[in-house]
Write a protein that binds this ligand. Structure first.
Ligand SMILES: Cc1cc2nc3c(=O)[nH]c(=O)nc-3n(C[C@H](O)[C@H](O)[C@H](O)COP(=O)(O)O)c2cc1C
Length: 229
């Protein structure tokens, strides 16, 4: 399979990429794949101009000729697109949001009402694309933290979407937390194998991957003990 990873962390050492790498290891163990990783922060990708020139030109390209046109080609190339990024203010980081906004050259202005929603027609057949969203965050587990992001991704990545929202991910970059993070990475590796075999993750697997490594009160205690006052 052809796998495109869009790493949306702006950091040199991303917490989230620890689990994404484990997931890829698992996928690679289940078969041989072509993997392309793009560190979005390192690329020049301007915000969308809102000019809709792409919906007039219908050439699958943006009139701003920066790296986004390469990303659009890679999206068309890939069978599986893995979006790996930290939760920022209940959504995705702004530089990655620019990438998502600027996928509209793959769509057309014409729209259809379908199953209670309205969607744009697409310029290319994207129906076989599979999307995986792996998102980490700094809070412990609480209902609502990922709600906005989940809604956005369900609307943006229609069809084959698997989404894993992981709490407490700063622990993944903390060597002293290895007794807790190593088992989580092993679970992501197993999940990668499951995904490569079935092109989806079962509900129990997602639930297991999203289970906090530490109970909320202990995580909060540790964070607060290390926070500047
Ligand atoms: C600007 C900013 C906004 C953030 N917003 C949230 C948030 O809404 N909820 C949350 O749980 N964590 C939030 N975080 C914490 C990050 O998601 C967390 O540190 C994550 O582990 C970083 O992952 P990375 O190393 O892959 O970039 C925020 C961090 C930053 C810098």
């Amino acid at each position: 399979m052809k796998i495109l990873v869009l790493n949306g962390s702006p950091k040199k050492q991303s917490d989230t990429m620890h689990i994404t790498r484990a997931f890829l290891d698992g996928m690679n163990q289940a078969g041989s794949h072509q993997v392309e990783v793009i560190d979005v922060i390192k690329k020049e990708i301007k915000p969308c101009l809102g000019c809709f020139a792409c919906w007039k030109n219908l050439d699958g390209k943006c009139v701003q000729n920066d790296f986004q046109n390469e990303i659009l080609s890679k999206i068309l190339w890939a069978d599986v697109i893995i979006w790996s990024f930290p939760l920022y203010c209940y959504g995705m980081p702004s530089h990655l949001k620019a990438v998502v906004d600027r996928t509209i050259p793959l769509a057309k202005m014409s729209m259809q009402e379908k199953n209670g929603t309205v969607i744009h027609d697409t310029l290319f057949d994207l129906s076989s694309k599979h999307y995986v969203v792996l998102s980490g965050c700094g809070f412990p587990d609480w209902e609502g933290n990922f709600d906005g992001l989940k809604m956005q991704c369900a609307n943006m990545f229609r069809g084959h979407l698997d989404m894993v929202c992981v709490p407490e991910t700063p622990m993944l970059s903390e060597p002293s937390a290895e007794p807790l993070t190593t088992p989580l990475k092993e679970k992501f590796k197993a999940a990668g194998m499951e995904y490569a075999q079935n092109l989806t993750l079962c509900e129990e697997t997602v639930k297991m991957l999203e289970t906090p490594m530490l109970p909320n009160e202990i995580y909060i205690q540790i964070v607060n003990a290390n926070a500047a006052q």
